[in-house]
Design a protein around this ligand. Structure first.
Ligand code: PEP
Ligand code: MG
Length: 940
């Protein structure tokens, strides 16, 4: 059994044993309750049992933990009693308490809460005597029995079809007494309710409802610890990456009552608008109610401010007369309290320098704060608040930039589902959130059909087992892409992100039958033409149409980006294969292209024909004839891209995928190919069979293609150099960088380099002109990373292809992770999907090594990353830390990477500053000590 110095921290009456910096130990709620006391905000006295005790509870069980906290809890209860002038477990002057959870990160509604604890039949009488308010006392008692009964004693509905037994009793009583709302029950009605509630408890648990307040308290504490491991909390933690090790604290506080009558109330409020970011204090309250009533929707909550109340009435079509009579704002009903609340909300926001989500109770005309925490907010609100707070001088520049979660910018860049529409939508399946955005369309299973349907004006969702480059055209016209297989770096995911198109991949509950053109999802069969909707940010698949709203980038976004760019050291480029994508990325602030996958250009009609002709050719001469047809097309495409990126570097990668990806695989399309090529179907089939590989991703691809068929690299180099020379003639500056994929040895790299140089020199002579260009290597094979000093003797730049590097370092096929990765993540075998978030420990070690080795043999080596990780914030931070020069990511991730790059630089500078201060402090300390010693010596 571990011994801790202190397991319980008290607070109350403007003093506290903890403070806001102790979130890890006291949880967010506990730390902030202490802090509120320290800054003079009225908070009911109480104490917090540390998160360490939750860990002990989970590891060693109830008895151990109760033994460890017993004395401290008893003392802390006395601390509450002294401040409240009442006594816990005393019938004539009872002190009641609330018991609430509170972890390091806020997990709203996921864990348990018990209010009004300490009541029993005797205490009820005592409290009635004391308050002369029988209705209030019986109301508190029935709430306690219901909450304790369901949370601690487990009295719940049998199945999801059954009603909660307590709610059933309330409904019965309403009918019997002829009342509509809870607050219309009389004291006698509530007394009757308690009797019936207790009977249910006895029936279900075979025991009487516990009447000893101490028994109630220990039961509630262990129940809150237990709730850390309930299904809801576990799911929430998974979604939000909250480690299980953190545990929850337990907060025990003197009860203050919002249900004491018409001078009492309870409410929740936000210091700014959490959905738009507007600096607008807003919230809801209820008179004569307790905390959970406001969120439970039993009665319509009223607005706190008059302005909010008027806005609400307009939306709810409530007349001004009705509003004033039945739904007045707190500003109108309790103007003095409202003023005090406004002062406190301002004080809290200024103190925490962030938008606060607060809970309060008004007990008989006195305001008490029960909670403050940083409020959850939308991406748009996050940006607006950071920029506004910076302009208001509430935040300095660095803090304002650090305040925005880079990934939340996604929400601002893609169309989004209408929040109201989502509430009633039916979730059909869950896949991977492969490319963010919201898409609604009719199901189509084949790329060709996708084109036809869209030509006829339909909006479609392309539903595939998985996609291949052959499906590209269908993907281009689709609103969104849904696949049953494939991970975050599967073809569908990579291409969709590149296009900024919504994609859900790896939704393995999809059973697609291409023959019948149907898909079965959890027992429901949908056919071609049926409507579905995808949320690419969450991976959810919905039935039917859901309304979307377009994202509009605003001034705040631009301001934030401008601030970010001032700090970032890493440049952000984009992965783009078309002038359109290049332009989008440039508008988002990309400083060049870090990866142009040339193979994506070969899939359009005429190009794919020439490509197939080259593949079918029996010899070099045949291949050269076909490549000659491809050359002008490739050159035109590149001119378009270079133009879009005028004045900025463009990294063009030579052909990478295995050739079999360019040939058709169905009988019908093979026949068509044979006809077009003027050869027999047999010849086509034989060629395709000859291209078969057992492990194509480890096979004849990358520079292995260029080295076995040098004429391909020659043609591509010619296209690049000629495009650049042509543009030079038009006065357009280009900075081509030719990139060799999948190199593993210096010789592989050197062979390709010689082809490129020879071809370029030939063109320079032919055209009597020259341009500057670089030749570099992708580092995506582990051997290349290990031999980076050698490769850098030849390569002028490195670009880490972390998709392949992750694949080959882990030995996980990037297209087949769906079978085991979800299990690995659930079981904690892996903490994150390494194809999404760079594995800094392993793959990162190779990157670090390769960077150092590369720079050791070529100090001016340019280094970047172009795998999918280039747009993932923690990976960007890593790239900054190893000293890369740029990251390259899909166009829609460019702003995310820009912000992440700025944050990485700021964090680094703050850490350096901190270290310097620490060093200076310790220097001062040692000088002081020396000085004191000298004085001591002198005095002797
Ligand atoms: C990579 O492997 O990281 C990369 C960028 O190349 P591709 O995804 O095209 O294989
Ligand atoms: Mg690769």
């Amino acid at each position: 059994m571990t011994n801790f110095k202190k397991n319980v921290y008290t607070f109350g009456n403007k003093s506290a044993e903890g403070d806001a910096s102790m979130k890890n130990l006291l949880g967010g709620k506990g730390a902030n309750l202490c802090e509120m006391n320290l800054i003079g905000v009225p908070v009911p006295p109480g104490f917090t049992i540390t998160t360490e005790m939750c860990k002990v509870y989970i590891k060693e069980g109830r008895e151990t933990v109760l033994k460890m906290i017993k004395t401290e809890v008893e003392e802390a209860i006395v601390h509450i009693e002294n401040q409240m002038g009442s006594q816990f477990a005393n019938s004539s002057n009872p002190c009641l308490v609330s018991v609430r959870s509170g972890s390091r990160a806020s997990m709203p509604g996921m864990m348990d809460t018990i209010l009004n604890l300490g009541l029993n039949d005797e205490a009820v009488e005592g409290l009635i005597q004391k308050t002369a308010n029988a209705r209030f006392v019986w109301d508190s008692y029935r709430r306690f029995v219901q909450m304790y009964g369901s949370v601690v004693l487990g009295v719940k509905a049998f199945s999801k079809e059954d009603q909660d037994p307590f709610e059933e009793i309330i409904d019965q009583l309403k009918e019997e007494k002829g009342v509509k709302l809870d607050n219309e029950f009389t004291a006698d009605d509530l007394k009757e309710m308690v009797v019936r509630f207790k009977k249910v408890v006895k029936k279900v648990t075979n025991k009487d409802f516990p009447s000893d307040p101490w028994e109630q308290l220990w039961g509630a504490i262990t129940s809150v610890f237990n709730s850390w491991m309930n299904e809801r909390a576990i799911y929430y933690r998974e979604l939000n990456n909250i480690p299980e090790e953190w545990g929850t604290a337990v907060n025990i506080q003197a009860m203050v009552f919002g249900n004491m009558g018409i001078n009492s109330a309870t409410g929740v409020a936000f210091t700014r608008d959490a959905s738009t970011g507007e600096d607008l204090f807003n919230g809801e309250y209820l008179i004569n109610a307790q905390g959970e009533d406001v969120v439970a929707g039993i009665r319509t909550p009223q607005q706190i401010t008059l302005e909010g109340s008027k806005r609400w009435a307009k939306l709810a079509a409530v007349s001004e007369e009705d509003r004033v009579c039945n739904f007045p704002s707190l500003e109108e009903t309790m103007p003095e309290i409202f003023k005090e609340l406004m002062e406190i909300e301002t004080k809290l926001e200024v103190h925490y320098k962030d938008m606060q989500d607060i809970e309060f109770t008004i007990q008989d005309g006195k305001l008490w704060m029960l909670q403050t925490r940083s409020g959850k907010r939308t991406g748009a609100a996050m940006v607006k608040m950071a920029v506004d707070m910076y302009e208001e001088n509430l935040l300095d520049e660095k803090t304002a930039i650090l305040r925005v979660e880079p990934n939340k910018l996604d929400e601002l860049l893609h169309p989004i589902f209408d929040k109201k529409a989502l509430k009633t939508a039916k979730v059909l399946a869950q896949g991977l959130p492969a490319s963010p955005g919201a898409a609604t369309g009719q199901i189509v299973f084949f790329a060709e059909d996708a084109e036809e349907w869209t030509k006829k004006g339909h909006k479609i969702i392309l539903v595939r087992m998985e996609t291949s480059p052959e499906d590209l055209k269908g993907m281009v016209v689709a609103e969104g892409i849904l696949t049953a297989r494939g991970g975050m770096t599967s073809h569908a995911a990579v291409v969709a992100r590149g296009m900024g198109k919504c994609c859900v991949s790896g939704a393995d509950s999809l059973k697609i039958d291409y023959k019948t053109r149907t898909v079965e999802i959890n027992g429901l069969t949908l056919k071609e033409g049926d409507w579905i909707s995808l949320n690419g940010s969450t991976g959810e698949v919905y039935q039917g149409k859901i309304a979307t709203t377009e994202a509009v980038l605003n001034e705040d976004f631009d301001k934030l980006m401008a601030l970010a760019d001032k700090h970032a050291r890493l440049e952000v480029r984009t992965n783009a294969d078309t002038p359109q994508d290049a332009q989008i990325a440039r508008n988002f602030g990309a400083k060049g292209i870090g990866l142009c996958r040339t193979e994506h250009m070969f899939f359009e009609d005429i190009k794919i024909k020439a490509m197939r002709e080259m593949i079918l050719a029996d010899d070099e001469a045949g291949r050269r004839t076909a490549l000659a047809k491809l050359l002008p097309m490739q050159r035109d495409d590149l001119e378009g891209i270079f133009k879009a990126m005028e004045g900025l570097p463009v990294t063009v990668r030579l052909l990478d995928p295995p050739l079999h990806e360019f040939v058709p695989h169905t009988e019908e399309s093979q026949k068509q190919m044979a006809e077009e090529m003027g050869v027999s179907i047999k010849a086509v089939r034989e060629k395709i069979e000859s291209l078969h590989e057992f492990n194509p991703m480890l096979g004849h691809r990358g520079c292995r293609l260029g080295n076995t068929y040098p004429e391909i690299s020659e043609m591509q180099t010619r296209a690049i150099i000629e495009a650049a020379i042509n543009l030079k003639k038009e006065g357009i500056k280009t900075y081509p960088e030719i990139m060799i994929p999948l190199t593993g040895t210096l010789t592989e790299m050197e062979m390709q380099k010689q082809i490129v140089i020879a071809t370029a020199e030939k063109i320079f002579t032919e055209r009597n002109d020259r341009i500057e260009y670089l030749i570099g290597s992708m580092i995506e094979v582990p051997r290349a990373a290990l031999m980076a000093d050698k490769i850098a003797e030849s390569a002028e730049f490195f670009s880490f292809g972390t998709n392949d590097l992750t694949q080959m370092t882990f030995g996980y096929s990037r297209d087949d992770t769906g079978k085991f990765l979800p299990f690995y993540l659930k079981k904690g075998i892996l903490k994150q999907d390494p194809f999404q978030v760079l594995d800094q420990e392993g793959v990162g070690k190779l990157i670090h090594l390769a960077t150092q080795k590369g720079l050791s043999s070529r100090p001016n080596l340019k280094i970047g990353i172009c795998g999918e990780h280039g747009g993932e914030p923690s990976s960007v931070e890593f790239c900054h830390s190893v000293g890369m020069h740029y990251v390259s990511c899909s166009p829609f991730r460019v702003p995310i990477a820009r912000l992440a790059a700025a944050q990485a630089a700021i964090k680094e500078s703050l850490a350096i500053e901190k270290k310097r201060t620490r060093r200076e402090d310790s220097k001062k300390e040692s000088i002081k000590n020396e000085h004191e010693k000298t004085l001591e010596f002198a005095s002797v």
